[in-house]
Design a protein around this ligand. Structure first.
Ligand SMILES: *Cc1c(COP(=O)(O)O)cnc(C)c1O
Length: 390
């Protein structure tokens, strides 16, 4: 089988690093699908985008720039530092900071027009005091209905000046679902009921409950503003139902450094945990746990060579991965130093890799390493105005 010449993987700067391709057209299509689930802007439904942790590892700036061009006007980041960086490239949209308002940071938020998610009564009081001194500015009241992580206790609302809060422009009332990936979990209904009960008390706010999974729980979970992250990046928001309605966004490839023909029985890798018997071929790839290819994928992960699945054999090293490519060789693949093979693609997705690693796709995405060459498809779209596009 002859490999098609692919200009993307022509050796540059040595060509020995992995290649991470991020499809912003697919990402934009995913966001539009979620926005349409919210009823779309015409129906008054709005969809934010969560771009914390550098856009789930895919690059907060290119991701947010593209989504802003698609019409997304509300972004969530984790830290104020992430917010400042995003504001520098996006002057227009609202940016909410999930980690909240730490003491003495109100001026920093104001300077960069960042909106804090107010997570305890002190934060609410301090933001309201700041707004009374300068000007009323957007914020979110984050109420905890089941995570016991960040957020106001519902009882905390009793001691707050809700009239002053209701007068803030751009106010959001939000809560986070703990079990939305399990549609039958009773905590979903409980959190929904508790959130719905709070909503009239903060009547001026846009209510926001649903993350990616929440958008697929039922229309009563959607409220005014969707708050998806993972599904935008191609993760499956309906794991219980099976088929993923999202388009894959990420493709990860790594080059073969060496191909070993196995002529006698021998062990592979650290700890000699795997054995290979002739006739066989082991390809060693330039990727390892230092690149976020998790060590738990030792003898469990798989790569795709010309459409042929090939198992990882032996332990994942820091910079190297050993793969049994015997089946691909038998099928006629030409594998030699410099050949790129797929570790994540449309057939072997972030959710598949996560299953094999015993984790979730979020950890696969946010762990994607810094040594990859990154290529963005569809980046030029971000420069065009949103008007007149589907
Ligand atoms: C991360 C996060 C989200 C997005 O969740 P996904 O599961 O990625 O859709 C929404 N809201 C809050 C509070 C979060 O921390």
């Amino acid at each position: 089988m002859t490999r098609r010449a692919d200009p993307e993987i022509a050796p540059q700067s040595g060509g020995s690093a992995g290649l991470l391709t991020i499809d912003l057209d697919a990402l934009a299509a995913n966001w539009r699908l979620l926005r349409d689930r919210m009823g779309g802007p015409q129906a008054g439904g709005a969809c934010a985008a969560v771009v914390k942790a550098d856009g789930y590892g895919l690059g907060a700036l290119p991701v947010a720039r593209r989504l802003a061009a698609e019409g997304c006007t509300t972004f969530f980041v984790a830290s104020v530092e992430e917010g400042v960086a995003l504001r520098q490239s996006l002057p227009e949209p609202e940016i909410f900071v999930l980690n909240g308002l730490l003491p003495d940071t109100a001026a920093l938020f104001a300077r960069h027009r960042l909106a804090p998610c107010l997570n305890d009564p002190e934060q609410v009081k301090s933001w309201l005091a700041h707004c009374a001194r300068s000007s009323p500015s957007p914020a979110a009241l984050h109420v905890d209905t089941g995570m016991t992580r960040l957020g106001l206790d519902p009882d905390d609302l009793d001691e707050l000046d809700l009239d002053a809060a209701n007068a803030l422009p751009g106010l959001i009332l939000m809560s986070q679902l703990a079990c939305a990936d399990e549609p039958g979990h009773p905590l979903n209904r409980q959190q929904l009921a508790d959130f719905a009960k709070l909503r009239p008390r903060v009547a001026a706010a846009r209510a926001s409950l649903a993350n990616s999974y929440g958008l697929y729980l039922g229309s009563d979970y959607r409220f005014d503003l969707g708050r998806p992250g993972y599904a935008i990046y191609g993760g499956n928001p309906t794991p219980a139902a099976g088929a993923n309605p999202m388009r894959p966004v990420v493709r990860l490839r790594a080059p073969v450094l060496q191909l070993r023909e196995i002529r006698n029985s021998r062990t592979v890798g650290y700890g000699a945990t795997a054995r290979t018997e002739p006739p066989a071929w082991i390809a060693t790839l330039a990727i390892g746990y230092a690149d976020g290819y998790l060590r738990s994928l030792s003898s469990r992960g798989g790569v795709i060579v010309d459409g042929c699945p090939c198992p990882v054999t032996g332990r994942v090293s820091m910079d190297l991965l050993t793969v049994d490519v015997t089946d691909a060789m038998r099928a006629g693949s030409e594998i030699r130093p410099g050949t790129f093979v797929d570790l994540i693609n449309d057939e072997h997705t972030i959710d598949d890799v996560a299953d094999r690693a015993g984790t979730i796709g979020y950890e696969i995405l946010t762990g994607l390493g810094s040594r990859y060459r990154r290529r963005y498809l569809g980046e030029a779209e971000a420069a065009r105005p949103a008007q007149g596009r589907a």
